[in-house]
Design a protein. Structure first.
Length: 235
């Protein structure tokens, strides 16, 4: 049995001004898409799922559903989609997922906090102007473009691929699996500290041991785990 309890489907048009997003999910697929108006679409979600706007914050809390997992995908059809008008910028965005895919077209905010569970995560563009925290779960994480300031990444278990400009003080704690980071910038803009684990750390194709490399204004601290870390800058 894929799940239990009554499910509902509905569409909510948000007329209030939204400055923050706070999402906590269990088993639903989650998407942020660009649309003409701010609205939330719920498909086959548990009846206890709560959606509210409180003092400029959109909160979604998913009701509990039992689920079976097959190869990192859940066995339900539950889906939550947020449509955001083009050019929208938020103050704080917090997204915590359980089991399910995550697809985001574009996300712009002062601070972004992503706590990922089990499944595939694709973000086409991520822009965070102050702080960025990403706790990877189990599966594949791909960020295809963006600008992130003060990134704190814990890659989790699986494959991580990030292409973005990094500014400020960033830290990569790698777990189990491959991590690939393509930094949009110049090598002379970065001071890179490396601490190798069981795996290896490569910067622009050259294997690096523990130490400090470069003297740029942006700091990147890489702490290797089990697996390969491949960082390219300006290539």
């Amino acid at each position: 049995m894929a799940g239990s309890g009554v499910t509902v489907s509905e569409e909510l048009v948000i007329t209030e001004e939204i400055n923050n997003i706070d999402i906590n999910l269990g088993v639903s697929t989650f998407e942020i898409r660009t649309g003409e108006e701010f609205r939330v679409v719920l498909n086959d979600v548990h009846e206890d799922t709560n959606t509210e706007v409180d003092n400029g914050t959109l909160r979604i809390r998913e009701g509990r559903t039992r689920v079976r997992i097959f190869g990192g995908r859940n066995s339900t059809n539950q889906e939550i989609i947020i449509y955001v008008p083009e050019g929208t910028e938020f103050e704080n965005v917090s997204i915590e997922t359980g089991v399910g895919r995550v697809n985001i077209d574009i996300l712009i905010a002062e601070s972004v906090d992503l706590r990922l569970g089990v499944g595939e995560v694709r973000i086409e563009e991520l822009i965070s102007r102050r702080t960025t925290r990403i706790d990877g779960g189990v599966g594949r994480l791909r960020i295809n473009s963006g600008e992130m300031r003060n990134l704190n990444l814990n890659s989790g278990v699986g494959e991580t691929e990030i292409t973005a400009a990094l500014a400020g003080n960033s830290r990569l704690d790698t777990g189990v699996g491959r991590v690939g980071v393509n930094i949009l910038g110049n090598m002379e803009d970065y001071t890179i500290s490396t601490s190798t684990g069981v795996g290896r750390i490569n910067i622009n194709g050259e294997r690096r041991s523990s130490g400090t490399h470069g003297s740029g204004e942006n700091n990147l601290d890489i702490r290797g785990g089990v697996g390969a870390v491949d960082v390219t800058i300006g290539e």
